[in-house]
Design a protein around this ligand. Structure first.
Ligand SMILES: NC(=O)C1=CN([C@@H]2O[C@H](COP(=O)(O)OP(=O)(O)OC[C@H]3O[C@@H](n4cnc5c(N)ncnc54)[C@H](OP(=O)(O)O)[C@@H]3O)[C@@H](O)[C@H]2O)C=CC1
Ligand SMILES: CC(=O)N[C@@H](CCC(=O)OP(=O)(O)O)C(=O)O
Length: 312
């Protein structure tokens, strides 16, 4: 029997991309809800209970509601792409490359919280340095980022693309979350193993899919005055043996004069860069990804395969 998969929120931005990724798969049966019934609670409940794995692509409140519908119904495994359970102790954090143990945790979990798009980039840069003893726990980390506008879901897509929308956004690039209270901060702090709350400053650009996440560091405030080489070596060692998170060589990074946030659009990989000039005491760590690829739908499918025992 093929495992049955239900994408709750299938007709939204993240859900549609998961649906597309599963379209060619003959090893799975996708239970599909008609678009007009997407908010039909009874129909959703039936599908949620019938599924072997439910992938929730809903706002936080609706995700929590779906989880409550499945309470006591342990035959359905859940992948939640929302923010609702990312720091919840009963949920496995769905970033397989977090450390050596995480892949196995996801494989054995019934409840998996898919990471946020920005945290995927930032955690991928800081966590290996924390685990290697290079980044002190109390280092004041700042994260600056730009996302494609699909990161804001259907509502922001309409605001950016439809000039007649009453809340149309005409800007080509804008900052937001200026009060520094973004929903991603707890996730970033917890899974980045940071003692101090990081400063997180996101922005959106007029392109649909893509993301750059930057974490600048002063190397003389790192343990042992770590050099660019040391930082690069720690990242490379951490991501050895898999090909989804790719650490770009220092030589290749040094050749670049520009970095395009759209470079990896429609892919599920993430590239990490260590920029700077050796001996100058500063580095800029950069993650490049598709907010809907490794930042959301690609990661959800990766987690689905791990939970189904399909090793990737
Ligand atoms: N977009 C991105 O880059 C990323 C998104 N995520 C997360 O994925 C989740 C979905 O986001 P996204 O796809 O962008 O959002 P969208 O708004 O594009 O899609 C959400 C979908 O959920 C449906 N929905 C909303 N409320 C309910 C409800 N009560 N019952 C049933 N269906 C409901 C919506 O229907 P309707 O059309 O009627 O509103 C819509 O189809 C969010 O939690 C987000 O944080 C995670 C990582 C990145
Ligand atoms: C551009 C934009 O609006 N991005 C969203 C983050 C993406 C998202 O909603 O999902 P995750 O939290 O699951 O990553 C935001 O800043 O709220």
């Amino acid at each position: 029997m093929k495992p049955k998969i239900f994408i709750d929120g299938e007709h939204g931005t993240t859900g549609l991309q998961i649906r597309t990724r599963l379209a060619g798969r003959d090893d799975l049966e996708v239970l599909s809800i008609p678009e007009a019934e997407r908010r039909n609670r009874e129909m959703r409940a039936d599908f949620l209970k019938e599924a072997d794995v439910a992938i929730l692509c809903l706002p936080d409140d609706a995700s929590k509601e779906a989880v409550s519908i499945l309470e006591g119904h342990n035959s359905t495994k859940i992948i939640d792409t929302s923010t609702a359970h990312r720091v919840h102790p009963d949920w496995a954090y769905g970033f397989a490359e977090l450390d050596r143990a995480q892949r196995q945790k996801i494989e054995g979990a019934r409840l998996v919280a898919n990471p946020g798009c920005y945290p995927t980039g930032a955690i991928s840069l800081v966590r290996p340095l924390r685990d290697a003893g290079i980044l002190p726990g109390d280092y004041p980390v700042s994260v600056n980022a730009v996302s494609g506008y699909t990161g804001g879901g259907k509502q922001m897509i309409a605001q950016m693309e439809n000039p007649d929308a009453p809340d149309h956004i005409a800007a080509n690039h804008f900052l937001y979350a200026m009060p520094l209270k973004h929903k991603h901060v707890p996730e970033l702090q917890t899974h980045g193993r940071l003692e101090r709350k990081p400063i997180f400053s996101p922005s959106v650009g007029r392109f649909p899919q893509g993301m750059i996440v930057q974490v600048p560091l002063f190397t003389d405030d790192l343990n042992g005055n770590a050099s660019m080489q040391d930082i690069h070596a720690a990242l490379s060692a951490h991501y050895e043996g898999q090909d989804i998170v790719q650490v770009v060589t220092l030589a290749e990074s040094a050749m670049l004069s520009r970095l395009d946030p759209e470079e990896l659009h429609d892919t599920d990989i993430m590239k990490l860069y260590v920029f700077g000039t050796e001996g100058q005491g500063q580095v800029n760590l950069v993650a490049l990804l598709d907010n809907l690829g490794k930042g959301a739908s690609g990661a959800a499918v990766q987690n689905l395969d791990l939970m189904l025992g399909n090793h990737r």
